[in-house]
Design a protein around this ligand. Structure first.
Ligand code: PLP
Length: 422
């Protein structure tokens, strides 16, 4: 017991130490503010935009997960942010991984992760990726339709299948129900088909939708899972795994507390201890770990009467500013388009100037490249810096290099964490 635990802890700490060395992770002293930290980086590089990634956040989120959901194994959703620092730290902590593609599986295997710590959680898989999963013994995978079963029967008959059902996702920002998940009424047929094909169904998964804001979603989804367990039992199949998906907030502790209470209580009520409970959190780990610093590369004064974009505007203040930033919606701010994000600019340096109306554009030649329209910011000059907090989830992961603007580099820091508690 204790010896084993001590060994595990020292093993984790050793791994974390070597990750810190490899990624040149600098310690982040508690008395240093994010503004001071970003400012210290400005002199050391000639970048126009960069991320500060705090791996301490990942460790603290891990500790919080273990406290609130000690019996739920997290499989980090790699799609959310596949930055090497996040993946390596989570690997060291003992996390498992949710992969959506062959490339993600390959990336995670290359970290030295055992294939049993991977779920291939994309209900619609390429045949080439299925073959790759089979070669590498990544057995656990989701499915939600007949053609997927036929594919698996042919290309990976030993796979361990998790039936993805469609829960009520109306309480989420990003709803997946129109694309994935089988309706509860169709589950029995699919299970029967899997049985006829001699395929091994081991469990049920759902995703309440990314950015979920109501704990009831987990309650009703788990009730649905239990119904599927009962259906399977009637068919002589014994299911052993429940996958509660993602949807956990990375910054709202109160909401996380509510969701995890429901999951703890409901799983204890519905399933006995032989049933393994797993989850696929993405945003929960990544969101708060990254801050984006970005400079003003150009500026234009728009006389409002000339501004054809706002011909009806009436204002006493007859000028507004257009600022052009070094990163935009084709880059890290693609979360505006894909993740309903509304990024808030923060000033790196305090100023006595009064806020004035402005619009923040990204750097590309496309007019859709708008980060925030008609907001109030004290007047900026070229070369001033803004920063945006909470930029770790679904940002770099889906950024393009449109117009040749490549995703910003990442500088790693580690805020204080009680590493003995990991
Ligand atoms: N699992 C699956 C299958 C997903 O599609 C997603 C997000 O798209 C996640 C997990 C992660 O969701 P979240 O970032 O809300 O935790």
């Amino acid at each position: 017991g204790t010896v084993e635990k001590k060994f595990k802890v020292s093993n984790i700490q050793e791994k974390l130490q070597s990750i810190k060395k490899e990624l040149d992770v600098k310690p982040w002293a508690p008395e240093v503010s994010i503004q001071e930290l970003i400012t210290s980086l400005l002199d050391k590089n000639d970048r126009d935009a960069f991320f500060v990634a705090d791996i301490g956040v990942i460790m603290k989120q891990w500790q919080k997960w273990k406290k609130h959901l000690p019996n739920v194994t997290p499989f980090y959703a790699v799609k959310c942010n596949p930055t090497v620092g996040i993946l390596k730290v989570l690997e060291a902590l003992g996390s498992s991984f949710d992969c959506a593609s062959r490339t993600e599986i390959e990336t995670v295997l290359n970290l030295g992760v055992d294939p049993t710590r991977i779920i291939y959680a994309n209900p619609c898989k390429q045949i080439s990726a299925l073959k790759f999963a089979r070669t590498n013994n990544v057995k656990l995978m989701t499915f939600d339709n007949v053609s997927e079963l036929e594919k698996i029967e042919k290309f990976f008959p030993e796979a361990e299948l998790v039936l993805r059902i469609a829960p009520d996702d109306s309480k989420a920002l990003m709803r997946f129900g129109t694309k994935f998940g089988v309706h509860i009424d169709d589950c029995a047929d699919l299970l029967e088909m899997a049985k006829e094909m001699n395929l091994k169904v081991v469990g049920v998964s759902f995703h309440v939708g990314s950015g979920c804001f109501d704990a009831v979603a987990y309650d009703s989804a788990l009730t649905m899972v239990k119904k599927v367990f009962d259906m399977a039992k009637n068919l002589g199949m014994e299911l052993k795994l429940v996958d509660v998906g993602g949807g956990f907030s990375g910054s709202n502790d109160e909401m996380f507390g509510k969701f995890t209470t429901v999951i703890r209580e409901k799983t204890a009520e519905l399933f006995d201890s032989s049933v393994r409970i797993i989850a696929e959190p993405g945003r929960y780990f990544a969101a708060s770990s990254h801050t984006l610093a970005v400079t003003v590369i150009s500026k234009r004064i728009v006389k409002l009467e000339d501004n054809r974009q706002h011909p009806r505007r009436t204002s006493n203040n007859m000028r507004q500013y257009n600022y052009y930033l070094a990163d935009g919606v084709y880059g890290s701010f693609n979360n505006i388009q894909f993740d309903h994000a509304k990024p808030t600019p923060l000033l790196l340096k305090p100023t006595p100037k009064q806020p004035t109306p402005c619009t923040l554009f990204g750097p590309t030649c496309d007019s859709i490249d708008v980060i925030a329209r008609d907001i109030q910011v004290p007047e900026l000059k070229i070369g001033d810096w803004l920063y945006f907090a909470e930029m770790g989830a679904y940002t770099t992961a889906s950024a393009s290099s449109f117009n040749g603007f490549c995703p910003p580099p990442v500088y790693y820091y580690c805020s204080p964490v009680d590493e003995d508690q990991l």
